[in-house]
Design a protein around this ligand. Structure first.
Ligand code: ADP
Ligand code: MG
Length: 341
């Protein structure tokens, strides 16, 4: 299965209070796909907390113990793209048949279905077919079903049928265990003081924790220095400066306006001039992608608009990125600047 990443196993998914329910539900599902009441199993939580890892671990475990089962991992984006392609090339039937034959469907990041009505509608039918045939569905999302804006009610109600389990930010002890596990996998030895120092200071999510470790190793290699507490302190100074700085909506607004040479205050105004609308929509899109702000507060910030306007803006930008090379280039440029900040 090219879609499943073999690195993501239960064995290296470190257990903690933050993930105990989700992990054990995942285990139960892997032992009896389609045969528990955890169908669908919905795993939700913030970015970098292990949703993809856990969902794939379930898939890998099923492949290992029940090799005859057809397991498919697909991200919501990829599914959407496949659906659009199938429509375009007139082979919806093949597409349907393919999905209906699957025993275990892992659909990653369903919050990305927001605003994509046709794709949602289509997924709804596949979901029903699989569920009725006793097939297992595993779904991940960045929010609990009740908080998923922009998804159709009937689809959300299906998501609530089984079990929803969340992944939370791991506590210090679990973060240390994750770091130990990671270094052990990579064959590196680190002092407990270094592990504790890093785990103590990087407390957003697991992805950043791993990023800090990678950065630490890189510095140790580059400077030909042993990894000790001093190096860890030095690394963290750079790491925090480079990656954890929060991007504000104001900053995005300024950057976009500067890029397109439009007056900053116009973005928040009611004007529908094409270039302003474009700057406004891109700003909203970037705010959604790069800040933790809710759709509601993004709409509010950009001129007191409501959350559906934000969803529409994001959709429009995504569509244009797909269809308009020049536009795609603009957005990529701005994003590059954003990351350099
Ligand atoms: P998400 O899909 O929620 O954004 P990922 O599944 O991509 O997050 O996880 C980010 C990184 O953190 C991955 O490299 C993953 O292996 C690692 N990770 C997350 N949770 C754990 C855990 N409990 N134990 C070990 N590694 C973890
Ligand atoms: Mg993921």
């Amino acid at each position: 299965d090219p879609q499943l990443n073999r690195q993501y196993t239960f064995e290296n998914f470190v257990e903690g209070d933050c993930n105990r329910l989700a992990r054990s539900a995942g285990y139960a599902v892997a032992a009896k796909p389609g045969g528990t009441s955890f169908n669908p199993l919905m795993i939700y939580g913030g970015v970098g907390l292990g949703k993809t890892h856990l969902a794939q671990a379930i898939g890998n475990e099923i492949k290992r113990t029940l090799p005859d089962k057809l397991v498919l991992y697909v991200s919501c984006e990829k599914f959407t793209q496949q659906f659009v392609d199938a429509l375009k090339h007139n082979n919806i039937n093949d597409f349907v048949n393919f999905y209906q034959a699957i025993d275990v469907l892992i659909m990653d990041d369903v919050h990305n279905f927001a605003g994509k009505e046709k794709t949602q509608d289509f997924f709804f039918h596949i979901f029903n077919h699989l569920h009725q045939s006793g097939k297992q569905l595993i779904i991940t999302s960045d929010k609990a079903p009740k908080d998923l804006a922009g998804l159709e009610e009937r689809l959300l109600s299906r998501f609530k049928w089984g079990l929803s389990a969340d992944l939370q930010v791991p506590d210090l002890e679990t973060r240390m265990a994750i770091l130990k596990n990671k270094t052990y996998q990579d064959g590196i030895e680190l002092g407990d003081d270094v592990i504790e120092y890093v785990a103590h200071n990087i407390d957003n999510n697991v992805r950043e924790l791993e990023g800090a470790m990678v950065s630490l190793l890189a510095q140790s290699t580059l400077n030909r220095k042993e990894i000790d507490l001093n190096l860890a302190k030095q690394m963290l100074k750079n790491f925090v400066k480079n990656s954890s700085k929060e991007i504000s909506m104001e900053y995005i607004q300024n950057l976009v306006c500067e890029y397109f040479e439009v007056p900053i205050d116009m973005v928040k105004s009611q004007t529908r001039k094409r270039e302003i609308v474009q700057a406004r929509q891109i700003s909203m899109y970037l705010a959604k992608a790069h800040t933790k702000s809710s759709l509601k507060s993004i709409g509010h910030f950009f001129g007191g608009r409501d959350h559906s306007t934000v969803i529409y803006a994001c959709q429009t930008v995504e569509d244009l990125i797909d269809t308009d090379k020049k536009f795609k280039g603009y957005v990529a440029d701005i994003q590059k600047k954003l990351k350099m900040s």
